[in-house]
Design a protein around this ligand. Sequence first.
Ligand SMILES: [Ca+2]
Ligand SMILES: [Ca+2]
Length: 261
Amino acid sequence: MRRTGAMATGALLLAFGLTACGGDDGTAVTAAAPTCSVDSAASGPLTTEDGALFTPPVAAPDDWVDPPQEDFDWDGDGAADSLGFDQAAGTIVVTWADGSLTVTGVRSDFTGEPGQPVEPGGDPFLEQPTESGPPTEDATEEGLAAPVPAAVADVTGDGLLDLLVVDDGIASVVVGAGADSASVSVAQSAIGTEVEGWRNPPVVPADPSGTTFDQPPVPYDQATIVPRWDVTGDDVADWVIESNLPRALGPVTAYAGKPCA
Ligand SMILES: [Ca+2]
Ligand SMILES: [Ca+2]
């Protein structure tokens, strides 16, 4: 199923706008897309005043459209691009017409446990994210999709898609450059240094009862990134990470988008 997302549309409009300017001699002038820079401070997990994890609203605004995770337009050339996953290699790849952005060293278990087979000893029923993209929307809606540790969405407010990645509880953002995108392979640990972006550390939420016990940090390694609308009120879209597998049910962690400096 293909949907037209507001984010991709925004990137297209921006790209067309930049190439529409004419020079004094009537020739077309192609300006570089504005470069978005951000500071490297963490933007989540968001917490409440008492230190608990912030639970974002579930109900979407009427005008919200989920950013498409298939056939989106990363570089604003009007052609469909893709988001692929390779669990064995630990890589997440955004591919466009003449380039790619590869994030390596992703340790999250994003193919997940096989879940409950349809029958004892049978094949796992969970649909896995693969080199050709995330599980289908139908599988996701029916709870039959394995975790998806990356998503594309504009979380800097410039209309250009960014790449969100969760790696073993660390949630990172690679800031997209639209038409200026260049091929790069970057280690997950180098996001925010080798490429524009930022990293957010895992947290261990405080137990309201005050009881202390061994508790894994959240988000867990089997987790799905879900783009959200602006839940922080700064006009920049935000996102959450959910653990959907039965044995990995846990708190939702929310992360704020960050406007370009
Ligand atoms: Ca952006
Ligand atoms: Ca926001």
